[in-house]
Design a protein around this ligand. Structure first.
Ligand code: ZN
Length: 183
């Protein structure tokens, strides 16, 4: 089932999410809904708060965007109750977007390598390192669980320029081809 994606301005996006407790049928069905919702909106990542559930889980599929010439492998994974252990490497700017903030893209500076622990979709504990686009998407989604949006991390001047566009999204004045939930 496709879920509506909560738009910029909705308070759930500013909340710190709480840990997932139960690995039950209801949660499995929720994950299926998340995948369907993300693909329907042509996303590469989606965090539970973006579909109105303030829990610590996000999904990532970068396989869709990795081209063969890049010597990187995409990942398709579920991250449950992730904990960022370290972020290392040089900071670099990379253009990000967000399904909750349609039609806005901006450079965000983040470190290049991360290490985190999480439960995978079978609720097995994993510790893994990621870099490149994989790290970038995970960092963006992880921020959602902390109530942080990428537009809060961009250069203040650029953010000012985007303010009118952001206000329009907040008010629901935006054309998107996927279902959205506004305040
Ligand atoms: Zn996002």
């Amino acid at each position: 089932m496709k879920l509506p994606i909560y738009a910029y301005g909705h308070p759930i996006l500013k909340r710190v999410a709480t840990p997932v407790q139960a690995n039950d049928q209801k949660f499995k069905a929720f994950l299926d809904d998340m995948w369907e919702t993300m693909y329907n909106a042509s996303g590469v990542g989606l965090a539970a708060p973006q579909v109105g559930s303030s829990h610590r889980v996000f999904i990532v599929d970068t396989v869709q965007i990795m081209k063969e010439e890049e010597n990187q492998k995409g990942i398709k994974e579920v991250f449950i109750n992730p904990e960022m252990i370290e972020e290392t490497g040089n900071e670099y700017g990379y253009e990000e977007g967000c399904l909750s903030i349609p039609d806005i893209r901006a450079d965000v500076s983040r470190q290049s390598r991360i290490k985190l622990t999480y439960l995978d979709e079978n609720f097995e504990e994993q510790t893994a390192e990621f870099d490149g686009v994989n790290a970038r998407v995970i960092q963006h989604e992880y921020d959602h669980l902390e109530g942080v949006l990428f537009v809060e991390k961009i250069n203040p001047l650029k953010r000012n320029i985007l303010r009118r566009k952001l206000d329009k999204i907040r008010k629901g004045k935006v054309n998107v081809d996927y279902p959205m939930q506004f305040v």
